[in-house]
Design a protein around this ligand. Structure first.
Ligand code: FMN
Length: 318
């Protein structure tokens, strides 16, 4: 059911992908999503080469199904990260924050697939020209770092799907079967989720962080860094308020970096400090009402999507 081109090229059962999440997407969550029939992508952005190797090895102990690793190309050791992931069993490399040109061929020569994250049509076309197997097109409602163009998923997906021939994965604002059906209707061949998978038993986030998502409403996030250090969506707290106020007063990027300092994500993910830490989260967090297992999320999405498609059919029958 819902077998699309993306299932075929990634060798997975359902077109549901766990987006790479710094600190959060570690071996337990990655293996659980892959084992449930989706594709788990590890968030390797904050990991050392040794950590990537050991986390990938843990995944292969827990599942024989395909999994991948998200590599932010801003890391100067991206090539070593990629090689470590492939050596330890990853069959998909999801690249972000940089041009995929340099590494795509090298990854594919080792028998792996490449997904590149984009936030507009121009970069989707450039990624296709670079030879990637699929693009994950991420709308502005997504958690974490966002594109500067502020294009929402609803507007982005059909435009990217019309502009490229490779499969498009919709990311941003998707958390259930409704989102899956909508994404497929817009021309995507699969979905990538971060926020929904953050509120799972298997996510490596502090319980306070997961609880904050369950408690939040539709207006629970805001964007900081729009015109300064790069747009980032996170749950409203003392930290976002401090940054937004400083921006209003005209703080320069270097002053903001100085004020924020290092380790705000770890403060939230590891220490559970939900006021001073940075709680990356998408707008769809308002629809997340309980912490579930990754398998439950995948199963619920598929059965809900099936019910929706069946309920739509009578609209066109006479
Ligand atoms: C806590 C968190 C951390 C994230 N870290 C990364 C990352 O390290 N690399 C990346 O490419 N995307 C990252 N993302 C984006 C996700 O991979 C995914 O595309 C996004 O969450 C989808 O939107 P959603 O949050 O509405 O589900 C992160 C998202 C969240 C919520």
């Amino acid at each position: 059911m819902f077998k699309t081109k993306i299932c075929e090229i990634l060798n997975i059962q359902y077109p549901i992908i766990l987006g790479g999440m710094l600190w959060i997407g570690k071996s337990d969550l990655v293996a659980a999503v892959s084992e449930a029939g989706g594709l788990g992508l590890m968030g390797a952005g904050g990991m050392t080469i040794e950590e990537i190797e050991s986390e990938c090895a843990h995944v292969t102990e827990k599942t024989k199904k395909p999994f991948g690793v998200n590599i932010p190309l801003v890391r100067p050791d991206s090539d070593e990260m990629i090689n470590a992931a492939i050596k330890k069993g990853a069959s998909v490399i999801a690249t972000s924050s940089g041009s995929p040109k340099k590494f795509t061929q090298m990854i594919q020569d080792q028998g792996c697939r490449v997904i590149h994250v984009v936030a507009n049509v121009t970069f989707a076309k450039k990624s296709e020209d670079a030879g990637v197997d699929a693009v994950a097109a991420e709308g502005f409602e997504a958690g974490g770092h966002n594109g500067h163009d502020e294009i929402t998923t609803m507007a982005l997906i059909p435009q990217v799907a019309s502009a490229v021939d490779i499969p498009v994965i919709a990311a941003g604002g998707i958390a259930d079967g409704r989102g899956l059906v909508a994404a497929l209707a817009l021309g995507a061949k699969g979905v990538q989720m971060g926020t929904r998978f953050l509120a799972t038993h298997e996510a490596a986030a502090h319980q306070n962080y997961k609880d904050a998502i369950v408690k939040m409403t539709d207006v629970g996030t805001s964007i900081t860094g729009r015109t300064t250090i790069g747009p980032t969506r996170a749950i409203n707290n003392q930290l976002t308020e401090m940054i937004i106020n400083a921006e209003k007063e005209g703080a320069k990027p270097e002053e903001l970096f100085e004020m924020i300092g290092e380790g705000r994500s770890a403060m939230a993910c590891i220490e559970g400090n939900c006021e001073e830490g940075s709680l990356y989260c998408g707008q769809i967090g308002g629809a997340v009402k309980e912490i579930k297992s990754a398998r439950q999320i995948v199963d619920d999405m598929i059965s809900e999507a099936k019910t929706i498609v069946e309920s739509l059919n009578p609209l066109i029958s006479h």
